[in-house]
Design a protein around this ligand. Structure first.
Ligand code: PEP
Length: 250
């Protein structure tokens, strides 16, 4: 049985006040024996505050990105070991905003995935097609290319520690959501691919859906056999909205 995982990507939002009250709200409205695991991805400056509030609780946290290098002269960058030092369990890699706005290639993403593993973090690998790619019938080939870049670099066995987030780019922050059937079909494709390489990992791997998930659509998405939770942007910024998604796990 794969437990549902609900993860909030706060992107470049927040303040000390907002982060504190949001985390207190999440702690009050969730529990260790709930139906879902909860993870938050605050901006780097708030990881220390997050650690001080969540430490010892059932909610885990992670970094929104990490540098491929372990350390060195990389001004403005953050390493996997720094994330680990701040109590992170997870690191997002390959979010579509990193790929499209900051030019991270499939190969860059693979190096960041490896850096997360090297720091004993769980990488959350984001994959997904653009609207144009979907309209041209390239959804599966794009997702497969993004997966292969990482598998070729680290090997399938290292997916034991990973989570995959399928996030169609056209559904991120747009209010458009893939239908449960559209999402399930890509999730099944991803699981079949991983299973063909390692059946145990394929069966255990949590594959999250991301793209305008909210309290109204989460239950139907999470009910799909290969959807194991959500990576949530906008609706993770208030405790009320985020907990409505958490409560959709049954
Ligand atoms: C995301 O940024 O990963 C995301 C899914 O955002 P939203 O929920 O706002 O579409």
């Amino acid at each position: 049985m794969r437990k549902i995982l609900v993860a909030g990507n706060w992107k470049m939002h927040g303040s000390k006040t907002m982060v504190s009250s949001l985390l207190e709200g999440l702690l009050a409205g969730s529990s260790a024996d709930g139906k879902a695991d909860l993870v938050v991805f605050p901006s780097f400056p708030y990881l220390s505050l997050t650690e001080s509030i969540l430490s010892g609780s059932h909610i885990h946290w992670g970094g929104q990105n990490l540098n491929p290098h372990a350390q060195g002269a990389h001004t403005g960058e953050t390493s996997g070991s720094m994330l680990k030092d701040l109590g992170c369990h997870y690191a997002l890699v390959g979010h579509s905003e990193r790929r499209s706005i900051y030019g991270e290639s499939d190969e860059d993403v693979a190096l960041r995935f490896k850096a997360a593993l090297d720091a004993r973090l769980h990488p959350v690998l984001c994959v997904g097609e653009s609207l144009e790619e979907r309209e041209q019938g390239q959804t599966e080939s794009v997702v497969e290319r993004q997966l292969d870049a990482v598998i070729d670099n680290v090997g399938i066995d290292n997916f034991r520690r990973a989570v995959i987030a399928y996030e169609p780019v056209w559904a991120i922050g747009t209010g458009l959501t893939a239908s449960p059937e559209q999402a399930q079909s890509v999730h099944a494709f991803i699981r079949d691919k991983i299973t063909s390489l390692n059946a145990i990992i394929g069966g255990q791997l949590r594959i999250l859906y991301g793209g305008s998930v909210n309290g109204s659509n989460a239950a139907e998405l999470f009910a799909q056999s290969d959807i194991d939770g959500g990576l949530v942007g906008g609706a993770s910024l208030t405790a009320e909205d985020f907990l409505a998604i958490y409560s959709a796990a049954v």
